[in-house]
Each structure stands twice: as C-alpha cells, then as structure tokens.
Design a protein around this ligand. Structure first.
Ligand code: C2E
Ligand code: MG
Ligand code: MG
Ligand code: MG
Length: 284
C-alpha cells in the first residue's frame, strides 16, 4: 500500500491496469457494506405455463442498487461475492426476502405461484442448508411447496453426501428443486436419479439460436424427451420471440421464462400483472 501511494511501483503499469485494480478494491469494499446499507433488491421474472398461458411461478433475481453506479446486475458482483464468501449472507438475505415477499403476495390474494431462488455452491459448503431453509420457511410462514430452489450442476457434482441429505430432507418438507442452466455443465446425467429434482431449466444458450442452429433444436428436443421419460418438468429460459415459444410449445415444453413473456421487474410491477386490466373494468 505504501508503495502504491508513493507511485513508483505502478510507474510502468498502464493506467488502465491500475484503474481496474483500484475499481476492484473499491467494489469489494462497497460490496461488504451493501447488505447493511440495504442496497440489494430482488427483481421478479414470470414463469409461464405454455399450455394455459398463465403465470405459475417467478424467479427472484438479485440486483444491487449502488449509490453511485446505479443498478448493477449479478454478473458484475456475484463472482467477487463467491470468492470472498460474501455470497453466504447475501444469498441468505435473498431467500429470506423472496419468501417474505411471496407470503405477502399470498396474503394480498395473488394466485398460488411458486417462487424460485438461486443457490450457490458456496452455501452448501459453509451453511447448514436444511436448518436455514427450515427456519426461513417457519419465519415467513410460506408453505414449503411454494418454494423452488434452483441448483447448478456444480452444486450437485461436489459434496454430494451433504447435498443429497439436505435435499432429501427439504424435499420431504415439500420444497421443490430445479437444475438451472441445464446442458452447460458436466452433462453427466447420473446425478439426476440421485437427487430429488423436479425440474430442468434449459439454458438460454440453446434457445437463442434454435431457429438457425439445428444442433440447438435437437438438444432442446432431447432435453424435453428426457424430462418426459424421467417425469421432470421442463422450463425453457431466455425465450425472446414468438417463434421460439411456438417451437417449444410444439415440442411439449412445460414452462417458459424470458423477455417475450416478461423481464425481471420490481415486486410492485410483478404484482400488477395479476390485477384486472383497466380496460376490463370499462369494457361494459
Ligand atoms: P439464471 O438463474 O440463469 O437467471 C436467468 C438470467 O437470464 C437472468 O439474468 C435473467 O435476467 C436473464 N434472462 C431472462 N430472460 C431472458 C431473455 O429472454 N433474454 C436474455 N438475454 N436474458 C434473459 P440476471 O438477472 O442478470 O442473473 C444472472 C445470473 O446471476 C442468474 O442466472 C443466476 O445464476 C445468478 N443470480 C441471480 N440472482 C442470484 C441470487 O440471488 N443468488 C445467486 N447465487 N445467484 C443469482
Ligand atoms: Mg436461476
Ligand atoms: Mg439459468
Ligand atoms: Mg445463468
């Protein structure tokens, strides 16, 4: 640090490098204070049943309302939070806030939808997940069947005994599990049988080019087929066009999530989706 202030050690480094190093240090310091300063927000993205067109669930997605930089996406700070362990308290806050919000919506009379929360591999290493989830469900009053925990293939590949026991315990309570970004990880299918998973979420990378890349279309069909034979529900992520939705409907995909059906939005906007439209009020 003394050297940095003296300036000599950075003399030959490009200004860009020094700027980036300083930015990273400032970001880390800001991140450490963000929870306590209540700068995190959850945005909610609808999950739609392709048969009925109804919203059947929502994924809670983390945002950081930075006092200077504005709204920051998780891709810009979660890797850092994973590295320095901050992800553990942050994700605990996410689960608590999502369950609280979901319970409020129940009390306000919204239809019974699932609420999906993303979990990090670090949590399973550092926390007693069954105790945490049980406590949060009790505190919020949310029926366990409304909670859908999104797991990555990484979570399932490592630490499998602890993970298996935690998941089986929570499944007995009624909690559901999805595999997020399915198809991008190790693609070892063996673990699907070992864990009490209810749903596969097809990674948006396969959806993006499905009209132009026959391989992507084939992979999507294969995952939907796998879901049917293993009795798993299939959600497609990143659906942006009517054409993509039509393809997925034709192939028997159960649910969709994507900009075509709704972007991640603040909780007030999400609740608005369920209010009767003004034009219905005046239509008589
Ligand atoms: P994910 O769980 O796969 O979430 C889906 C991501 O795709 C979200 O990005 C969402 O905004 C984006 N998305 C949804 N529909 C579309 C679409 O039609 N087109 C495109 N281009 N993108 C779409 P977001 O919110 O930036 O989150 C990125 C990732 O950060 C998430 O991917 C998830 O892995 C992670 N993440 C978000 N919130 C949390 C959290 O609370 N905890 C943890 N551990 N991870 C989180
Ligand atoms: Mg997710
Ligand atoms: Mg995903
Ligand atoms: Mg992702």
């Amino acid at each position: 640090r003394a050297k940095a202030h003296g300036g000599s050690s950075y003399e030959f480094a490009s200004a860009g490098m020094a700027d980036r190093a300083r930015d990273a240090i400032v970001l880390e310091a800001d991140l450490r204070r963000a929870l306590q300063r209540e700068e995190f927000r959850l945005y909610y993205q609808p999950q739609v049943d392709l048969k009925t067109g109804e919203i059947v669930g929502t994924e809670a997605l983390l945002r950081w309302q930075h006092p200077v930089k504005g709204m920051i996406s998780p891709g810009a700070f979660l890797p850092l939070a994973e590295q320095n362990g901050q992800i553990v308290p942050i994700n605990e806050w996410v689960m608590r806030e999502a369950c609280r919000q979901a319970m409020t919506w129940i009390e306000e009379g919204l239809p019974p939808i699932r609420i999906a929360v993303n979990l990090s591999p670090v949590q399973f290493r550092k926390q007693n997940m069954r105790a945490l989830v049980t406590e949060i469900l009790e505190t919020s009053g949310l029926p366990p069947g409304r909670l859908d925990l999104e797991l990555t293939e990484t979570i399932l590949m490592e630490n499998s005994e602890v993970v298996t026991n935690d998941l089986l315990f929570l499944q007995k309570l009624g909690v559901g599990f999805s595999i997020d970004d399915f198809g991008t990880g190790y693609s070892s299918l063996g673990y699907i049988k070992r864990f009490p998973v209810a749903r596969l979420k097809i990674d948006q990378g396969f959806i993006r080019n499905l009209e132009t890349d026959p391989n992507d279309a084939a992979i999507i069909k294969a995952i939907i087929g796998l879901g049917k034979s293993l009795n798993l529900s299939i959600t497609a992520e990143g659906v942006e066009t009517e054409e993509q939705a039509a393809f997925l409907r034709k192939e028997g995909c159960d649910e969709v999530q994507g900009y075509y059906f709704g972007r991640p939005m603040p909780p007030e906007s999400f609740a608005e989706l369920f209010r009767p439209k003004a034009r219905l009020v005046y239509s008589a």
